[in-house]
Write a protein that binds this ligand. Structure first.
Ligand SMILES: *Cc1c(COP(=O)(O)O)cnc(C)c1O
Length: 394
């Protein structure tokens, strides 16, 4: 049987690993040494799970969406990460990593953010745990995501404006990594997705794996079996998808379906569909598929959804796709918007525009009536209301 777990050097097949400059090697080595010890420590796990229950509100419901099921001719369950505190799955990871930082004796947290969702989750946990918090954010994104910037400030975080490059997420990541290297003694870097040098992709996948741990139990209760026929999730860096499939990696019978942001179309030059159009390269300290322009430079990604707007993808996902274990669909902006309105009208749930990409995939698959489908709704749509209304009123 194929092993889809990370190897001791941080690789999934040819993807992943640690590709960092010398001054970062110490940071990464310290983390590699500590995270495994801590993440399996019973007292860490107890504190982590207690907070997931009482603070985040887990387990998140597994909801049988009857009208949506009728529409697509199968049985569709929604894993409701939108009901978590702060409105998405990102809090699962932020809690785990800030707890880890505390146990490593760190006093200060840094994070990067694009749309501000990971920044808000991290600032929230830092307020809870009395940690100093600095969030790096591109100047362009600060202007686009004003409410989240104000939330982070209200929570006590400092938002540092990044004016290099295109002043968006990938530039914020570069600045955060530099700050980490400069202040290693007292600083911990919280990455928001299953990306970055080893051990981040594996660590974030494990911290999000509570999603599939719960699905197994909930599905057994509802359907008498732990394994569905399909698992569907959207992919930016890949953390909600990794959490959704983690405890199913060895179950060959379940199909993994990833929804990427096609933007204005895979061949339009305005896309974030990494699996559809990326090439193997190195980005942010690891090897993965990356969208490159004709000069071999990282292409500025585009998607209507800020959370999926990343030019790379987690190494686990690149590997699963290369091996044929996962199938990916590129969903355009327009398809995602239509899917958001469909869910809202059929089920009374306004999804995050990221999650709407996963919903849009339902129409691309021919299901059998007996198929059991679990689709992760990664977040709620409050933050996207302006986008939805602009479309609705157009
Ligand atoms: C950040 C975000 C995503 C994309 O990140 P992944 O790491 O791919 O899960 C998806 N949905 C929501 C609601 C988000 O905030």
């Amino acid at each position: 049987m194929k092993n889809y777990q990370v190897d001791e050097y941080g690789f999934y097949g040819n993807f992943g690993g640690t590709f960092v400059e010398d001054r970062l090697k110490k940071c990464v080595a310290e983390l590699q040494e500590n995270y495994k010890k801590v993440i399996h420590d019973p007292s860490f796990l107890e504190e982590y799970h207690q907070l997931l229950k009482d603070y985040v509100g887990r387990p998140s419901p597994l909801y049988l969406a009857k009208r949506l099921s009728e529409r697509y001719g199968c049985k569709i369950y929604l894993k409701r990460e939108d009901l978590n505190h702060t409105g998405a799955h990102k809090i699962n990871n932020a809690i785990g990593q800030v707890l880890l930082a505390k146990r490593m004796g760190k006093k200060k947290i840094i994070a990067e953010t694009g749309a501000g969702q990971h920044g808000v989750a991290t600032a929230t946990v830092c307020a809870l745990m009395n940690m100093e918090c600095v969030v790096y954010m591109g100047q362009t994104d600060i202007e686009r995501q004003y409410v989240n910037v104000q939330k982070m400030r209200m929570l006590g975080a400092e938002v540092k404006s990044v004016a290099s490059g295109s002043m968006t997420l990938k530039d914020a990541v570069n600045e955060a990594i530099t700050a980490w290297a400069d202040h290693l003694e007292d600083t911990y870097y919280v990455i928001g997705s299953t990306v970055g040098p080893h051990p981040y992709p594996d660590m974030v996948a494990r911290l999000q794996s509570v999603i599939s741990e719960e699905i197994r139990v909930q599905l057994k209760e509802r359907e008498g079996r732990e394994v569905p026929d399909y698992l569907i999730a959207c992919i930016g860096g890949g953390s909600n998808a990794a959490g959704t499939i983690f405890h199913y990696l060895d179950d060959k019978e379940v199909k993994f379906i990833f929804a990427e942001a096609g933007g204005k179309g895979v061949d339009s030059g305005y896309t974030a569909a990494t699996l559809a159009s990326g090439q193997t390269s190195i980005l942010h300290g690891f090897r993965t598929k990356v969208i490159l322009d004709e000069n071999g430079e990282v292409q500025e990604p585009y998607s209507i959804s800020a959370g999926l707007d990343y030019p790379g993808i987690g190494p686990l996902h690149a590997y699963l796709h290369e091996q044929g274990r996962a199938e990916a669909f590129a969903v355009t902006d327009g398809e995602a918007l239509d899917a958001a309105f469909e869910l809202t009208r059929l089920e009374g749930i306004i999804p995050a525009i990221e999650s709407s990409h996963a919903l849009a995939v339902l129409g691309r698959i021919t299901f059998k009536p007996s198929d059991v489908v679990v689709l992760t709704v990664s977040g709620r749509g409050d933050k996207d209301i302006d986008t939805y209304l602009r479309y609705f009123n157009a």
